[in-house]
Design a protein around this ligand. Structure first.
Ligand code: FRU
Length: 497
């Protein structure tokens, strides 16, 4: 695919330089209090969705929705970073900036979410060019790079000018992949009160044929489906999207079959990808070993966003490997590479936790904890693991195993200045009466993986600096942990200023 230099190519680079300068200034003013140790974050200012996740020529690329000029959402750039292990990231200049008639407006719009592909050795981004204002419009656009750093917008943009049918609400977030001879694209949209996914095919990334609606809400699954991703997993296809208009539910998935000829996706099972509050706009890619890996925005649009006062907003979840369970459920586990961050292991074998006094375990704000709870010898109504707990005032984040209701809960009521409340998921016990839980605490984030990733809960917390204790307590009875292991996790995000 030939790339011709854009008329507006110079303005694009000017816009990027403006963004880079804003970031340099903002980095110097950051308050590091809630910065993360081993998660991806913008160097400063605003980020939302992960975009263009790809393993390309030996490197992982993360792009992301970024406003380098402010801590609030604004005209969207694509931030950019690379990594060789998905853990330590090197920040690069922004890849895309609003600069053309189809994406530039001083009040917003810009280069909205999208994906990346390897087009026969050329790193190619596909994104939504969005103009706001009196005559809003959205089109799907291409940009390519020769060196993996500087990107040029294609002269034929937008390669898809607008929605294929009238009456749609939203037309954005293209995810593109290759299957056989063709490129395929899903785009998020909605009509009436139903979210839906539009399906396209192209021989060359320029000429796109609309094949129809791949999937649509049954009326209860949100009115606009943002950030769709459709990909093969095992002998099935999985559709992931973030529904708008549902209060609690943030990212859904369907597992089923895709007919590439008709563009129809038929779902056989469905579920929630993560039960926490801070999980949105998931995107997947294939890693160096051929595993399907997902990352999401570790924030929510309706959150309190306390880090804005500190000069930044937004982070990505840990990269998580996706697999299918035996009943068609999607499972997520942190990638293996994380294990190299482990240090100073603490092991408690056959630990009984009683109900009279909380048991002090360790101190830290950057930890991995893995435990196996023996349900057959546990009599307690609930087991509570307190994190970021303060010795003096009552500040703590509680991971609660609710043994009466069969639930895992994260209670942020006393966590500090962020959003308060309980998020929860059910746990299932099959075979041995054991419950396995793994958690990753990273200063202002907590990701909890239940039973090897059958359910996940992701939440942000904003405690005081000195709330560092980790304690365990049983409520009304005894909890028996067959094993409890705790590691400190090294600061290795590479993203801390
Ligand atoms: C999802 C989203 C996308 C859009 C982007 C704009 O969080 O609303 O649909 O492309 O954010 O920043």
């Amino acid at each position: 695919m030939g790339v011709r230099r854009q008329l507006g190519g110079e303005f694009h680079q000017v816009q990027i330089q403006r963004g880079v300068q804003s970031i340099h200034k903002a980095v110097a003013q950051l308050n590091p209090e809630w910065r993360l140790n081993y998660h991806f974050m913008p160097p400063a200012n605003w980020m939302n969705d992960p975009n263009g996740l790809i393993y390309f020529q030996g490197k992982y690329h993360v792009f992301y929705q970024h406003n380098p000029h402010a801590v609030n959402w604004g005209p969207m750039y694509w931030g950019h970073a690379t990594s060789t292990d998905m853990i330590t990231w090197t920040h690069l200049p922004m890849a895309l900036a609003p600069s053309e008639v189809y994406d530039y407006h001083p009040d917003g719009g810009g280069c909205y979410s999208g994906s990346a592909i390897d087009d026969n050795g050329t790193l190619t981004l596909i994104y939504t060019g969005r103009v706001v204002g009196e005559n809003p419009s959205s089109g799907q656009c291409l940009a390519t790079s020769d060196d993996g750093i500087y990107f040029e917008k294609h002269s034929e943009n937008p390669v898809i000018l607008g929605p294929p049918i009238s009456g749609l609400k939203g037309f954005r977030d293209p995810k593109v992949w290759k299957h056989g001879e063709y490129w395929y694209m899903v785009v998020g949209s909605g009509r009436g009160d139903k979210g839906l996914i539009l399906f396209y095919r192209s021989p060359d990334l320029l000429d796109w044929q609309y094949l129809g609606i791949a999937a649509e809400s049954d009326g209860s699954q949100g009115n606009m489906w943002e950030c769709p991703d459709l990909f093969p997993l095992g002998d099935k296809h999985v559709l992931i999207f973030s529904p708008m208009g549902l209060e609690r539910l943030k990212t859904m998935y369907f597992v089923g079959d895709l007919d590439y000829e008709s563009g129809k996706f038929v779902a056989q099972s469905s579920g929630e990808l993560d039960y926490g509050r801070d999980f949105y706009a998931t995107q997947t890619f294939v890693d160096a070993k051929g595993n399907r890996v997902a990352m999401a925005w570790m924030e929510s649009w309706d959150g309190k966003h306390p880090t804005k006062q500190h000069g930044w907003l937004g982070a990505l979840t840990l990269p998580r490997t996706l697999t299918l369970g035996t009943h068609g459920q999607l499972k997520m586990k942190p990638v293996e590479a994380l294990k190299k961050l482990r240090q100073n292991e603490l092991v408690y074998a056959d630990l009984d936790v009683f109900d009279h006094e909380a048991l002090f375990l360790t101190k830290g704000d950057s930890l991995e904890v893995q435990f196996t709870l023996d349900l057959s010898t546990t009599t307690a109504r609930s087991f509570r693991l307190y994190l970021r707990s303060s010795p003096s005032t009552r500040e703590e984040t509680a991971l609660v195993i609710n043994l009466v209701e069969g639930k895992v809960e994260v209670d942020t009521t006393l966590s500090g200045v962020g959003d308060k409340g309980i998020t929860s998921c059910n746990y299932k016990v099959t075979g041995e009466p054991l419950l396995r839980v793994g958690l990753y605490l990273d200063r202002s984030s907590l990701e909890v993986f239940v039973n090897d990733g059958e359910a996940v809960l992701t939440n942000r917390v904003y405690p005081k600096n000195d709330s560092l204790q980790v304690k365990a307590l049983s409520i009304e009875g005894k909890t028996h942990l067959k094993i409890l292991r705790i590691w400190e996790l090294k600061n290795d995000s590479g993203a801390r200023p």
